[in-house]
Ligand binder design. Structure first.
Ligand code: 2P0
Length: 338
């Protein structure tokens, strides 16, 4: 890390990413080091815009989320992240963080990914931390694991860096990198928002419980390692059906390992299953449509870009109470001011 001239004020925008090969479980909680690699698609919808302004006279960090003053654990998580940035930059001043999501927070729609990616970019610039996208990916990871992937547009792989062990050595190499895909592979992700409310169990707590108690956890990690190798080959070949099949089985495997935790972690709701049935019906009609789900009841459907409106229409009909949004590959996090 090196210091640059920080302007004291910066604004950044980042988009959420949805994992096709999931991150579920840490091997090191303090450094946010995952048990296995993951691979995602950054979207062009639901951006987060975050401003960081240094406030030398303030008593402590102020955090505004959607214009509301954050308190308790939400404020503390951002303040802890700013503390880390200050340590790296050799600075002491508190800051005011103003973050606006266009996606419901905590609903399994990757708000922590876009949120911490935007915060990492804005805070590094405000505190004068000279950082390239790779270094910012490492930094964002410390805020929320999945955020390291939102530094990059399109497909990105987060390296677990198991060979580096743990702690500071692994911290240097556990980051995301863009993944090339065949030029002809044009995908969309149709998001079925069945419930935009916050989840009952946070990802962080649910992961911890799964790692500690699920007898299916180790086998899922082993199969996820194979899924990732096959996913890279399918992306390089531009094979949408293979990309979709691997995506769907990886997500359902992750939910299976959570369901086997004690007590079970269940994010699937009745409307989620209705959407999963609709995806099967689309495949029976010959469309390449494959589902993935995260830490919430919402279903995301990977399909060919040219068939996205057909897929969206079928899902609107099958789950009339849901709102359905068509997303396409989007850009990496970037500084917009400062
Ligand atoms: C993912 N998820 O790969 C997985 C799949 C949800 C399901 O990353 O504890 O908010 O902050 O590192 O990144 C959600 O977990 O967890 C997540 P922390 P994060 O996208």
């Amino acid at each position: 890390w090196a210091a640059a001239a920080g302007s004291g004020c910066a604004v950044a925008v980042a988009h959420p990413n949805i994992a096709l090969i999931k991150y579920w479980g840490k091997r090191d909680e303090e450094w946010v080091l995952p048990a296995a690699d993951s691979l995602s698609l950054t979207l062009d919808v639901f951006p987060t815009t975050t401003g960081v302004r240094l406030a030398p006279q303030a008593a402590g960090d102020r955090v505004l989320l959607g214009g509301q003053e954050a308190t308790g654990p939400a404020q503390a998580r951002v303040a802890d992240f700013l503390h880390l940035v200050r340590e790296l930059a050799g600075r002491r001043e508190p800051a005011v963080v103003d973050s606006r999501n266009t996606v419901p927070t905590g609903a399994g729609l990757a708000s922590s990914a876009s949120g911490f990616a935007a915060l990492a970019v804005a805070a590094a610039a405000a505190y004068g931390l000279a950082a390239d996208p790779a270094a910012l990916s490492r930094l964002a990871r410390r805020g929320s694991g999945s955020a390291c992937r939102s530094l990059f547009g399109g497909f990105a792989q987060w390296h677990a860096a198991l060979d580096a062990g743990g702690g500071a050595a692994a911290d240097r190499v556990s980051l995301a990198e863009p993944v090339p895909a065949a030029a002809g592979l044009e995908v969309a992700l149709v998001i079925v928002v069945v419930n935009a409310g916050p989840k009952a169990v946070s990802s962080r707590a649910a992961m911890r419980r799964t790692v500690a108690t699920s007898p299916l956890y180790r086998p899922w990690v082993a199969s996820s390692v194979q899924d990732l190798t096959q996913m890279r080959a399918a992306l390089a070949a531009g094979d949408l059906n293979a990309v979709g099949e691997i995506t769907e089985r990886n997500a359902l495997g992750m939910h299976a390992t959570m369901l086997a935790a004690r007590p079970a972690v269940r994010y699937l709701a009745p409307a989620s299953l209705t959407a999963l049935d609709a995806v099967l019906a689309l495949r029976e009609r010959g469309l390449a449509a494959y589902a993935t789900m995260d830490a919430g009841p919402n279903v995301k459907v990977l399909c060919a870009a040219g068939q996205a409106s057909q897929v969206a229409a079928a899902l609107r009909e099958a789950v009339p109470q849901a709102s359905v949004v068509v997303a396409r590959p989007g850009p990496g996090a970037r500084l917009v001011a400062g």
